[in-house]
Design a protein around this ligand. Sequence first.
Ligand SMILES: [Fe+2]
Length: 385
Amino acid sequence: MDAFTFNTSKSIQFGVGALGRIGELVRQQIGDCVMLVTDPGMMATGIVEKALQPLQDAGVTVELFADVEADPPERVVLKATEHAISVGVSGVIGLGGGSSLDVAKLVALLARGEEQLMDIYGVGNAKGPRLPLILVPTTAGTGSEVTPISIVTTGKNEKMGVVSPVLLPDIALLDPELTYGLPPHITAATGIDAMVHAIEAYASASPNNNPVSRMLAVQALTLMGRSILKAVHEGKNVEARSDMLLGSMLAGQAFANSPVAAVHALAYPLGGHFHIPHGLSNALVLPHVLRFNAVTAPQPYAELAPYVFPNLADMEGQERAAAFCDRLADLSLACGLQPNLRAMNIPEDFLPRLASDAMNQTRLLVNNPRPVSEADALAIYRAAF
Ligand SMILES: [Fe+2]
């Protein structure tokens, strides 16, 4: 067996109502003054209130930073950090979707005052230590609560990542109740994104693709395959929401250690140019990238197929892999997501630009089970059009 490394968050606490324990957790493990990093949307849902109450009851002073924006720009990270340093907080809580959790990770690191944001972009440049950190996701998608990655928007549209195990939180606190109110289209897009994390992690050509990640990916897809439609169409279904939140976390653990590939590489230019949400971008190219990969590498998809769609168990090999791709396309539609790039008003003559931009995602493309040339990327975008 090949050598590998697997890192994840130190403690995972999962359960309906788990947020009610945050006061005692902070009191025991962080101290009596904490910064809560979130966004204005979260304030409006009442979830922030739900977190503040147990903190208050435990006698914890909370410095609220609720200015996180989607695709968080550097200035948001710096502003939150400055605030945390000026108050002298003893720890950080991130509450929200991927953006809030990504900002919270960086604030916990930078508020120590020992490292500067501009010096830590890239892999392994952030060294720590950081302040104690608890992450509480409110979407079932990014898995940010168990990934060592923080993505920041630098300049106008460019994104840069900080990747380091020091960003993994001390506690990932997962409460399915927090996802009950997510609207159907967000549930669908974030849910498909999480399924893509598991699929790409399982099939990744990364030298660190490992048996732990593959096991987690299988379990993630089993949970999300049986529950995504229910979560989309019956938002308050406790079992379905629990499956999705747990599944997205397991998928996060999988891809944090066996990284994603061409589906994400081809999705990013759609977000960059047309501001299509990350999950939807993934859904639009997913079946087409998988069909391309299945020509030379059908095995992983044939293996995964029956976990997501149990009635594909009767098929074998290439036929089963092909059916997996088709059924995933059907699943996106059944979730109410747009069928193709045309429906997103993307001009057909823009496809070559998307293909050339996708080629810049070399850190992802190297993990794809089949090499992707610019001509291949263009053919995939045309199929997705
Ligand atoms: Fe993703």
